[in-house]
Design a protein around this ligand. Structure first.
Ligand code: FES
Length: 61
């Protein structure tokens, strides 16, 4: 499901905190296995909360 044609290296997943998808993936790789852990590490999902589903999607992979 990787789109290698994308030129966007830094895809922002959470605009409120400027958290990138890459950052979230790194945290998951380091053992952050739920939204709470991502949130406490990055602040993502603690603002408007609209990125919740995007983070959940990454967690499921
Ligand atoms: S986009 Fe992540 S909290 Fe608003």
């Amino acid at each position: 499901m990787e789109n290698s044609q994308s030129n966007q290296k830094e895809k922002i997943i959470c605009t409120c905190t400027g958290t990138t998808e890459e950052k979230v993936k790194q945290l998951i790789a380091k053992g952050a296995n739920n939204l709470d852990k991502i949130a406490s590490a990055t602040g993502a999902s603690t603002g408007c909360g609209s990125c919740d589903v995007l983070i959940e999607e990454l967690l499921e992979k």
